[in-house]
Design a protein around this ligand. Structure first.
Ligand code: SF4
Ligand code: SF4
Length: 360
């Protein structure tokens, strides 16, 4: 695994802290498997954060992990430094192991559940990050009850698996518009010979089915007791408190991504040369964060919305979701519609119908 050098790590932490204007600073460690960096790397991280922290800054570290390496020593450290752990787990054994296996090709479910037990033993607050793919999307209640009753995380996060077959070769937004399929076309679904998404990607209709089935169960018995980030997010929007998730916001641009070599990109989902802002050895992270290019990147989320979205009754909740997923055409042929649109409409339609009950 490529490692960030000591001097770059220190430069990143110093620049990142210096660029922050609010009292709360969140470092998110993700991409690949961050625990492979080893515990000493993270010991160094907290030392450097303490050294470069500005007066009054509160620092939070989020660690997104598959949990496989989390032993008691790791847990002691995470607890002591109040790391918020995001644990990847996609449902009960058969569903989790459908797509997640170790480098040696072995299933990982038992090891992840051992991490769950250890996190509870050490009383560490963790979130469950469940990637919703083509298979588990068809078993929403099994997935939800398993997470709620057996994993028992602080927050349940559902992340739709959406991956273009050519994602390695073409940067988001640089697709050939002529080749984008229309909404509803079989090419815009997984599992077809000519699909433009990988086999494990979630079907857009199933994404709507998954969220609405869970919403029903949650509404019946779990409101105020179980936190599902999609639901908290949409309720926050409807109550006038704004979106909590970037995908549901009107603009992008607040979360830069940094690679081990110091290269900085507009977003974690846009780590492509076309979206490289520079390198922290040459340009201060704060200058990149507030640069014109990054501002344009943020505004583009709204500016590039097709007419179909602008006229949509769910616009103020959806905002076209994440631009990395806008690779289909609207029914009247305009490119730039979100691949998940059919499912998003189904979910927001259901939420608007039920919202008076949530408000009580
Ligand atoms: S590109 Fe997607 S993930 Fe990145 S900030 Fe925008 S909505 Fe969020
Ligand atoms: S639901 Fe579909 S049409 Fe409406 S804003 Fe979202 S992506 Fe656009």
């Amino acid at each position: 695994m490529p490692r960030m050098s000591e001097s770059l790590l220190e430069a990143h932490i110093r620049q990142y802290l210096a660029a922050q204007t609010g009292p709360e600073v969140v470092f998110t460690w993700q991409g690949g498997e961050p625990t492979l960096m080893g515990l000493d790397f993270f010991r160094r991280v907290v030392e450097l954060q303490a050294r470069h922290r500005k007066q009054g800054q509160r620092i939070e570290n989020d660690l997104q992990t598959n949990g496989v390496l989390l032993d008691d020593e790791w847990c002691d450290f995470l607890k002591q430094h109040r790391f918020l752990v995001g644990l990847s787990i996609d449902g009960p054994a058969a569903l989790h192991d459908a797509y997640r296996y170790s480098k040696g090709g072995k299933p990982t479910f038992d090891r992840v559940m051992a991490a769950v037990a250890r996190l509870h033993k050490h009383d560490i607050r963790f979130n469950a990050l469940c990637v919703v793919n083509r298979q588990n999307a068809r078993r929403p209640i099994d997935v939800y009850r398993f997470l709620r009753d057996e994993v028992r995380p602080y927050i349940i996060q559902f992340i739709p698996a959406v991956e273009r077959t050519n994602f390695n070769a073409v940067a988001p937004g640089y697709w050939n518009a002529d080749e984008l399929p229309l909404m509803g076309d079989t090419k815009a679904k997984p599992g077809q010979v000519d699909s433009i998404v990988t086999d494990w990607s979630v079907d857009p209709d199933d994404w709507g089915y998954f969220l609405t089935r869970i919403w029903d169960e949650w509404l019946k018995r779990d409101v105020g007791r179980i936190f599902v980030d999609q639901f908290e997010n949409v309720i926050s929007q409807l109550s006038g408190d704004g979106a909590q998730k970037c995908v549901s916001g009107q603009f992008c641009g607040k979360g830069l991504a940094i690679e081990h070599n110091g290269d900085v990109y507009s977003c974690d989902h846009f780590v492509y040369p076309e979206y490289r802002l520079g390198n922290i050895r040459k340009i201060h992270e704060g200058d990149m964060a507030f640069s014109e290019r990054q501002k344009d990147f943020g505004l583009a989320k709204y500016k590039t919305l097709p007419k179909y979205c602008r006229a949509c009754r769910y616009l103020s909740l959806c905002w076209g979701e994440c631009p990395k997923n806008r690779f289909i055409k609207t029914p009247d042929g305009e490119p730039g519609l979100n691949y998940l649109c059919a499912g998003l409409k189904k979910f927001y339609g259901k939420v608007l119908l039920d919202y008076p009950r949530v408000r009580g």
